[in-house]
Ligand binder design. Structure first.
Ligand code: ATP
Ligand code: MG
Ligand code: MG
Length: 351
């Protein structure tokens, strides 16, 4: 079969479709109406609501395999698709869509998480703040990304002023971390797992701004433990494709934050910086092809996101020294806080 369906229409889908196209596949994306930049590079696309069963059936009839670029696809969508063609599979979405589920899942595999409690009401929030302590973060259990659906709480007094958002939340203690990193792996159907190097990740306002290698001693010392957890997670889910786990590097070791059952922003550097990119290896895994190597090809790598209006002048980056690799996603509106592109700089000189 040679047509790959992608659920979701954002930049991750766009880069997956580009990798699929390079390998000779046709990509088709399915996403609710919006600025679906994946559609621009797909041979066909569906812009329909997730609840549109007829459109989903038409989409499925054109696809030999179906994957996703976005973990908040409703489970009802998967139920409307032929399960044997959907990779990585429903179980991964079930676990990763819900912060409470994913934390419980990796804790059972031996990971350390920040202290947390489920919150279903204002009373629960008061209890959680009392037991977990402050500072902390209240997060909606589902649907958040780029720090959306999160409220930082500095004190019990401040918690009084927070209106419960009306859906299940999680209250987590704020982790006192040195820095952050993610483990990105690809797992093939036969169980082979490969890891990319873990970058040092910097966030601002809950959104990734920069990923860099070398990651530094603290992360390097904690990666092995984090990889063990990530591999066990992938094995336990019977996962096929690229899987990401985010960690805080603390002086007490790695603390698991969340997982993304997909390619990840902190892996964009792999396009130029690794033997095989996360996008290509995801497509390879989904299609049952041999995996490519994941080795890093440069001594130093830095990926920075281009956010909001910065995209309007991003072409000037091309005049800079060091052959920066510019990626713009073709989004129509440069809204504040919106990921518009990224730039990757590689070098064999370590600063
Ligand atoms: P993503 O876009 O990565 O999916 P998200 O909206 O799911 O983001 P998180 O990854 O939970 O949000 O949080 C975003 C960032 O906020 C983290 O990378 C970290 O910098 C900070 N953060 C979140 N939770 C905590 C915590 N418990 N302690 C300290 N910092 C935190
Ligand atoms: Mg997330
Ligand atoms: Mg995150």
């Amino acid at each position: 079969g040679s047509t790959i369906g992608i659920l979701g229409g954002g930049q991750l889908g766009r880069m997956l479709a580009q990798a699929a196209s390079q390998l000779g596949y046709r990509a088709i994306c399915f996403a609710p109406p919006g600025d679906n930049v994946a559609a621009d590079v797909c041979v066909d696309h569906f812009e329909n609501g997730w609840g549109d069963k007829a459109a989903l059936a038409a989409f499925a009839s054109k696809c030999d395999r179906i994957t996703w670029e976005f973990e908040n696809v409703p489970l009802s969508v998967l139920d409307a698709l032929p399960a044997e063609r959907v990779v990585p599979g429903k179980r991964a979405l079930e676990v990763a869509q819900d912060r409470l589920n994913e934390k419980q899942f990796v804790e059972e595999l031996g990971a350390t998480c920040a202290p947390y409690m489920r919150v279903d009401s204002e009373d629960d929030l008061r209890r959680a703040v009392d037991r977990v302590g402050t500072p902390g973060i209240l997060k909606t259990a589902r649907d958040g990304y780029d720090g959306k659906g999160q409220w930082r709480i500095a004190s019990a007094h401040e918690a009084e002023g927070i209106r419960f958002p009306g859906r299940t939340c999680i209250y987590e203690g704020l982790v006192d971390f040195e820095t952050e990193f993610s483990v990105i792996l690809v797992r093939a159907k036969n169980g082979t797992v490969r890891f990319w190097d873990s970058t040092d990740n910097k966030h601002d306002g809950g959104m990734l701004v920069r990923s860099a290698l070398p990651a530094g001693d603290l992360i390097e010392a904690q990666v092995q433990k984090a990889r063990d957890i990530a591999r066990q997670t992938a094995d336990a889910l019977g996962y096929i494709g690229v899987l990401t786990l985010e960690f805080f590097a603390t002086n007490q070791g790695p603390v698991f934050n969340e997982m993304a059952p997909r390619v990840h922003n902190s892996g964009h550097w792999t396009i130029e910086g690794a033997a095989t990119s996360q996008f290509e290896n995801h497509i390879r895994a989904v299609c049952g092809l041999p995996l490519g190597g994941t080795e890093t090809r440069f001594a130093a790598i830095e990926m920075r996101n281009i956010v909001g209006k910065d995209a309007l002048t991003a072409h000037k980056i091309l005049a800079e020294e060091g052959e920066p690799h510019l990626h713009l996603y073709g989004k129509k509106e440069a809204r504040e806080g919106r990921k518009m592109g990224h730039v990757t700089r590689v070098s064999n000189k370590v600063a």
